[in-house]
Design a protein around this ligand. Structure first.
Ligand SMILES: C[S@@+](CC[C@H](N)C(=O)[O-])C[C@H]1O[C@@H](n2cnc3c(N)ncnc32)[C@H](O)[C@@H]1O
Length: 276
């Protein structure tokens, strides 16, 4: 197995573990973002739209609900996330969504097939983002559009710094906020260059705040435990994990004022087109 394959397998395994609690209330910034992404995409009647790294289907559902005729195809390499997506699609009684297990970097679709492609909080997980974008461009028709999201650099601060501090103190971890996966796209100049190099045009960025006030520290723990933040905690045995949780949340409690704490979730929306 190559280093890339090993890294991908680790990510797929992590999301398999996260799937059952991924749709929890503390992660509502995912469906909030999905709604905004679908609004910005403005699906046109009859379009074929691919949602890459669809997860539990938040974007696929939001786009399909706005789509008259046409189809949304959602793909993800975590089978457990897709199981949740199937359940969500059934619950919403949507009949215009197909879901397939698939690697985002090797799409099993012919060239020029889709009218639009979306990927929310997925690109930064891929080791070769340039190659992935070229692959996504391949399946888009001339004039087709792409809409991607990522977190802005300051997302989840100051709490995410406290999380890294606690990891360093308790586990000797060297993980810095600057090393978190989404920081790879936080600089829109870098993001723009990636899109331009992959052959996209009319590249535009917008930033939107999709945070909310948390009412208690366990909400922050739900954010950590039900997202990729769980990864560094997996090596801890039960007692160490409980100690981490207690000490970290005691420090996080100091950030609460009048019983609430703002969860800062600035989201970058990147849009572009394939030339006609
Ligand atoms: C943070 S979640 C986002 C899910 C969804 N787009 C949303 O906004 O709620 C990232 C998703 O990317 C998927 N993913 C990561 N790398 C992938 C790859 N190489 N191929 C397919 N899916 C991938 C994960 O399995 C996970 O479901």
């Amino acid at each position: 197995m190559t280093a890339n394959n090993t890294q991908q397998a680790t990510v797929a395994q992590l999301f398999d573990q996260l799937a059952d609690s991924y749709d929890c209330a503390a992660l509502r910034f995912f469906p909030f973002t999905a709604d905004q992404l679908a609004r910005r995409l403005a699906p046109q009647p009859g379009e074929k739209i691919l949602d890459v790294a669809t997860g539990t289907g938040a974007v696929a559902v939001a786009v399909a609900q706005r789509l008259q005729g046409g189809r949304v195809i959602g793909v993800d390499f975590s089978e457990r996330m897709l199981d949740r997506a199937y359940a969500n699609v059934r619950r919403m009684a949507l009949h215009n969504i197909d879901l397939h297990p698939m690697d985002a970097t090797a799409l099993e679709f012919r060239a020029d097939y889709f009218d639009a492609l979306t990927c929310s909080f997925g690109l930064f997980f891929l080791s070769d983002m340039s190659a992935a974008l070229r692959e996504w461009r391949r399946v888009l028709r001339p004039g087709g559009r792409i809409l991607l999201t990522s977190f802005a650099a300051s997302a989840f601060q100051p709490l995410v710094q406290l999380y890294c501090d606690q990891l360093a103190a308790q586990c000797g971890s060297q993980l810095a906020v600057a090393d978190l996966p989404w920081q790879r796209l936080a600089d829109t100049d870098v993001f723009r260059e990636l899109l331009a190099d992959a052959g996209f045009e009319t590249i535009e960025f917008a930033e939107q705040q999709l945070g909310f006030h948390m009412q208690a520290t366990p909400e922050w723990w739900d954010v950590l435990w039900n997202t990729g933040f769980r990864g560094p905690l997996l090596g801890l045995e039960a007692g160490q994990l409980e100690l981490f949780r207690q000490q970290h949340l005691a420090r996080v409690a100091e950030e609460f004022r009048d019983g609430t704490c703002w969860l800062d979730v600035p989201v970058i929306f990147a849009s572009a087109r394939v030339s006609t």
